[in-house]
Design a protein around this ligand. Structure first.
Ligand code: SAH
Length: 513
């Protein structure tokens, strides 16, 4: 038998933060990355589990709405047991482990059992909810102190451990945790002990999350207001003059797309930038790729075109993806941007132009109308007769460019640079959200995103599932595909770029707010 001390594990009590998965500490993430076991709570955002290694053991140890002592003892036992097995364990707790998190009790159990532990603090709910609702907990003009108070004292305590007198006098901000079911009695106690009924109060539910809900009132009326709308936990109650600052300092839940769930149907490797633009404006983005980009069946046509680049007068690229793949292929053949030589380059729009510039070439032509027709219109201004054009493209690309350029007398080669194929399946979470009718908007950024979704669901089911969902299409061609399948297009920008699409979605929701 080896020395047991070599097998002693380490338990990290890690604060997960209040909800927004970006609010965990760097140290917390590092612990998760090394974890063999993660024991997590109901309040810890499950997205954080993605930081743990794929083979880590994940144990859910939370109960909705309060935990019993018995469960807590079980958790303590589990921590000791896993520690003794020599495991690296992350005990992931909502907010901060030492603020109403029973982290102290867990550490006591570990200490008594001689199992080593470390504590990584987190953003506690009061701090997170205050920041994301625009309520500074202290402010020179209003208050110099803040108290975090349990709104739900242990049932076994017959006398209050809270000094209501001190809490009620003066102008200190008071934040109650676990105080929604007991809201009325807590507010009454503050009033009875001397706080003014006019004192502003905010209830912040699911603070920092896309589902954050804030209810504003006063000490005198907040309980009635909460009851009237059936306000539910988990929420913190912030009492104090600082609450009034929200009028001016609100920044999170008044963003144009806040609370909107938007489905993105682009290919997974193309969705990131678009998703980030929507998320920045407050939307909850759900990725539902309906396209997968794969290699052509044969590289031969593209390779031989690349090898004889000097024969071409124009290179036309009509997508970021096409541009990237063209230059990747060039590199694989042992060539670089110089191979393009004196051949002039056309980019369909600013994004494609950017991708081409990243490969060291300044595009010679970017039409003002960012689609195939715009490219054709630009070429129509030139003498095209006898020119040779290379147009590397997707297998399902429209024929507009080759057809029209040929009509102008050009000789066009259009080898396939990538194929758009249907993914094997749609993500279950996306289907679930559609079935539950919790999706506000679906975005289509090319006609194949629409056609593929219709093929995967069947067009009847598609129309049915998208009832009540706003359809946002990047431009006329995609909209036509939507309509041909019986979908009504609600949002279409004047220019076919992602930035314009995002702007148009924003305008749409502003107009119906
Ligand atoms: N250790 C946690 C608190 C756990 S007690 C922390 O430091 O935040 C549970 C209470 O925390 C809930 O009843 C609620 O009052 C509060 N809470 C936790 N997450 C919250 C959130 N995202 N928004 C508002 N209140 C939250």
């Amino acid at each position: 038998m080896s020395n047991p001390s070599q097998h002693t594990g380490m338990i990290y009590l890690v604060g997960a933060g209040p909800g927004d998965p970006g609010l965990i500490t760097l140290k917390g993430v590092e612990c998760l990355q090394r974890a063999q076991v993660v024991i997590y709570d109901y309040l810890a955002n499950e997205q954080l589990l993605a930081h743990a290694p794929a083979d880590a053991e994940l144990i859910y140890a939370g109960k909705i709405g309060g935990r019993h002592n018995q469960d807590q003892e079980e958790i303590n036992r589990l921590l000791v047991e896993k520690g003794r097995e020599g495991k690296i364990v992350v005990r992931l707790k909502g907010g901060d482990p030492f603020v109403f998190g029973r982290g102290g009790e867990e550490c006591e159990a570990l200490s008594a059992a001689g199992v080593p532990f470390q504590v990584v603090p987190g953003v506690t709910a009061a701090v997170g909810a205050a920041a994301y609702s625009g309520i500074p907990l202290t402010h020179r003009d209003f208050t110099a102190s803040v108290a975090f108070v349990t709104g739900h004292e242990g049932k076994d305590k017959s006398e209050s451990a809270i000094d209501w007198d001190r809490l009620s006098l003066g102008n200190g901000t008071v934040v109650f945790y676990m105080g929604i079911t007991t809201l009325r009695s807590n507010m009454e106690r503050l009033l009875r002990h001397g706080r003014s009924p006019e004192t502003p109060v905010a209830l912040v539910r699911w603070g920092t999350a896309p589902t954050q809900q804030v209810l504003i009132g006063t000490l005198g009326d907040i309980a009635d207001r909460a009851e009237a709308i059936g306000f539910k936990p988990p929420a913190v109650t912030i009492v104090g003059e600082v609450v009034a600052l929200r009028d001016r300092l609100r920044w999170f839940d008044n963003r144009p797309l806040f609370g909107r769930k938007i489905l993105v149907t682009r290919a997974a490797d193309q969705a990131g930038e678009f998703a980030a633009m929507l998320t920045d404006r407050g939307a909850t983005v759900m990725e539902c790729p309906t396209i997968k980009l794969v290699d052509p069946e044969s590289w031969e046509p593209l390779d031989s075109a690349i090898r004889s680049m000097s024969d071409y007068d124009w290179l036309v690229l009509t997508s970021v993806n096409g541009a990237r793949r063209f230059f990747q292929r060039l590199a694989l053949l042992g060539l670089d941007a110089r191979a393009v030589g004196t051949c002039r380059v056309c980019a369909v729009g600013p994004k494609t132009a950017e991708a081409i510039r990243a490969c060291g070439i300044l595009p010679d032509m970017v039409p003002s109308d960012y689609k195939a027709e715009g490219v054709v219109a630009e070429f129509a201004k030139l003498a095209m007769n006898g020119t040779r054009v290379l147009f590397p493209r997707a297998d399902k690309a429209r024929e507009v460019i080759p057809c029209e350029l040929k009509r102008m007398g050009a000789q066009v080669d259009s080898p396939v640079a990538y194929r758009n194929v249907m993914p094997d399946r749609l993500p279950p979470e996306a289907l679930f959200s559609l079935e539950k009718r919790t999706v506000d908007c679906i975005t289509f950024t090319s006609s194949s995103t629409v056609h593929n979704l219709a093929d995967m669901l069947g067009s009847d089911l598609l129309v049915n599932m998208l009832k009540g969902v706003s359809v946002a299409s990047i431009g006329a061609i995609t909209s036509k595909a939507c309509r041909s399948l019986g979908l009504k297009v609600d949002i279409e920008p004047p220019n076919s770029t992602l930035a314009h699409l995002v702007e148009e979605i924003e305008r749409h929701y502003r107009s119906i707010r």
